[in-house]
Design a protein around this ligand. Structure first.
Ligand code: SAM
Length: 233
């Protein structure tokens, strides 16, 4: 059984996809994809020998050694161009995900679908996709424990971003009427408000600058909430 975060990621993998799960760690995702008949060709990778041995143990326990191949190394460097058509990168920071994508151009040329779940800095990931010939096809929010995770699905293509706020808050979340949208933006509003309150009495130039930045953000957050409420498709 997968938790809700991994289950939503798995739901985004098309049947018969040839998948690379980059940074697989426990190996739960590849095992799930095979056992549920979603994929029969998976490469599970990790940069850490300890993590990959956890994945290997699970793969052996489930007798899936012939179907799931494990490879040790960084990002897409352990994949040959054309071997896979779908890339999953989940549970890493947005900066790391972007740098893995940046370093894997030769592999990405053959990829139809990216399923990404950054742990933070999602704006950097959306900007990287926009600047590097990928269009965001879908987005979803998933709550697990107290955290709301963002899952981004992209394919080769072109997209325009009309307002920088949509690097931080994906437009597809509004278009798809994501049920967690208001709670997700509400958390951002609270954080921004806390920062502004904390800096209100500080007179340094830097504090004033940060406060201004967060006041602008706060306005944008309220704007996207209004946009969500008024969205007619
Ligand atoms: C928090 S775990 C996420 C595991 C799984 N993908 C998930 O979402 O549950 C992050 C994994 O990424 C691996 N990792 C970090 N940097 C990496 C890189 N450059 N290439 C491949 N794996 C990496 C770590 O060793 C770790 O096992």
């Amino acid at each position: 059984m997968l938790g809700s975060r991994l289950a939503e990621i798995a739901r985004q993998i098309p049947k018969d996809a040839r998948v690379a799960d980059i940074g697989t760690d426990h190996g739960l995702m590849p095992v799930y994809l095979v056992k549920n008949g979603i994929s029969s060709r998976i490469i599970a990778t990790d940069i850490s020998p300890g993590s990959l041995s956890k994945a290997r143990d699970l793969i052996v326990k489930e007798s899936l050694e012939g179907i799931i191949e494990t490879r040790i190394g960084s990002g897409l460097k352990v994949i040959s161009p054309g071997e896979i058509d779908t890339v999953v990168i989940a549970g890493m920071g947005g900066l790391l995900i972007s740098s893995i994508l940046e370093d894997g151009a030769d592999v990405l040329e053959y990829v139809h679908r990216l399923v990404l779940q950054p742990m933070g800095n999602t704006d950097i990931v959306r900007k990287w996709l926009t600047d590097n010939g990928f269009a965001i096809e879908g987005e979803s929010l998933v709550k697990e424990g107290r955290h709301i995770y963002e899952i981004i699905v992209a394919r080769p293509g072109y997209q325009e971003v009309s307002d920088n706020i949509h690097y931080e808050i994906g437009l597809k979340l509004i278009e798809n009427r994501d049920p967690l949208f208001k709670e997700f933006v509400g958390i951002k509003i609270k954080k921004a408000q806390n920062i502004i309150n904390r800096l209100k009495n500080e007179k340094t130039r830097n504090a004033q600058k940060v406060m201004e930045e967060f006041s602008i953000k706060l306005n944008k957050y309220h704007e996207v909430l209004r946009c969500f409420a008024q969205w007619r498709g």
